[in-house]
Design a protein around this ligand. Structure first.
Ligand code: FEO
Length: 396
């Protein structure tokens, strides 16, 4: 037996907590887990909105049957096809062969490529309305938040936005489901890391989605991950708006790759000088220790980034290479950049950091600083000047 959790008289929350998976998308750490949220509307017609990760299928069916008994499910509304939500689709279509799949024109090619049978489909357009009886649902595409086919479903009757990944969060739902049942401090970092890691590449698309949805009267936001928002909607809306406009704070992330500590010492000098210039948000990360998920999150948070690398086999330090390729891939914009590094043979660290600078096109606040071995007076002074230049930019 499980509690039945309702968003309204006939809309049920069907969420599952994943505390076993270490890496979401096999890439991003989720030490606080994640929830996969699906919703069921029991009206004259029965509709499911999104499904869950496939490992939960047995329990999912049990909870569906506890609500609708032997009734058929008429519609499966697919806001998003990433398998953390579509993983149970094949089993659902098998169990309910008369079900009609509802998606947009970009949804069904993906369904076909996943090999999910779909004999009954209905392709919806923006603003189209699906009438379930007393519940009227409307659809709006929000491409790239988080995949090309992504759309939202808006319940006009109860003013509930089923938002897919948009406004979602890492972190399980430990008892509480609605925002007013939870201590939201738990989601402060996890919601941002979810956004920056998963959706952060698509900030411009997120902004377009926020504008597109701003015409809707929204009383509740039911995302596919994290809390259901019914009391303090601005908590999550304001944050998504801030993150997707790169409204970063005055602060600097210094991240380095260092084998024996010489590059690390340069990072310490730069950080101390930033502090002497009044910068209060300074985070130093060793790229070999901290997962890029957390570093990228702080890069979104703070306007300044200073990257350092020793030379490693005449190249950049591999863990820095891995981090910086992720930053390039994400297309993070609007930052100030500083570069430093160290070598003994013929270089490779700083020369490759310069290529990174060219690729991201951020403003380089000072010339690259490169030392040979232990930090000596000339390059020490340049580290000071690099920090000074960064602080001037941040104080502008
Ligand atoms: Fe939660 Fe993009 O899937």
């Amino acid at each position: 037996m499980m509690h039945q959790i309702k968003l309204s008289d006939n809309i049920y929350f069907l969420g599952f907590n994943d505390r076993r998976t270490h890496l979401f998308e096999n890439l991003w750490p989720i030490p606080n887990g994640i929830s996969y949220n699906s919703y069921l509307i029991s009206d004259d017609k029965v509709a499911l909105i999104d499904t869950v990760e496939r490992h939960f299928i047995e329990d999912y069916f049990q909870r569906v049957e506890a609500i609708i008994g032997n009734r058929n499910i008429d519609y499966l509304i697919i806001n998003h096809m990433e398998p953390d939500h579509s993983g149970a689709m094949k089993s659902i279509v098998k169990k309910y062969p008369d079900i009609t799949l509802i998606g947009n024109k970009k949804t069904f090619p993906i369904i076909e490529n996943f090999g999910i049978p779909s004999s009954r489909i209905h392709v919806v357009e923006d603003n189209e309305v699906l009438d379930l009886g007393k519940t009227k649902l409307q659809f709006q595409t929000i491409p790239m938040v988080h995949w090309p086919e992504t759309m939202i479903t808006y319940d006009e009757t109860h003013q509930i936005l089923f938002s897919g990944d948009a406004f979602g969060s890492f972190g399980t739902l430990d008892g509480g489901v609605f925002d007013d049942e939870l201590n939201l401090e738990f989601y402060e970092n996890d919601s941002m890391r979810y956004f920056t890691n998963i959706v952060g590449k698509y900030c411009a698309h997120t902004q377009r989605a926020i504008k597109k949805l701003s015409n809707l009267e929204i009383r509740m936001i039911a995302a596919t991950h994290g809390p259901v928002w019914r009391t303090n909607l601005s908590w999550i809306l304001d944050r998504y708006n801030k993150w997707s406009t790169y409204s970063s704070e005055k602060g600097v992330v210094i991240v380095y790759g260092s084998m024996y500590g010489n590059t690390e010492k340069m990072a310490e000098v730069i950080a101390r000088q930033l502090s002497e210039k009044g910068i209060r948000n300074i985070r130093i990360y060793d790229s070999s220790k901290t997962h890029p998920s957390y570093i990228i999150n702080d890069i979104f948070r703070f306007k300044g980034l200073i990257v350092g690398s020793c030379a490693y086999n005449n190249e950049m330090f591999p863990n820095m290479e891995s981090l910086l390729s992720k930053i390039e891939h994400m297309g993070i914009k609007d930052h100030y950049l500083g570069i430093f590094g160290n070598f003994l043979w013929s270089g490779g660290g700083v020369s490759n950091l310069k290529k990174f600078a060219e690729n991201v096109k951020w403003e380089l606040v000072y010339e690259p600083v490169e030392e040979k071995g232990a930090l000596k007076q000339d390059e020490f002074q340049k580290c000071i000047e690099l920090a000074n230049a960064m602080s001037v930019k941040l104080m502008e």
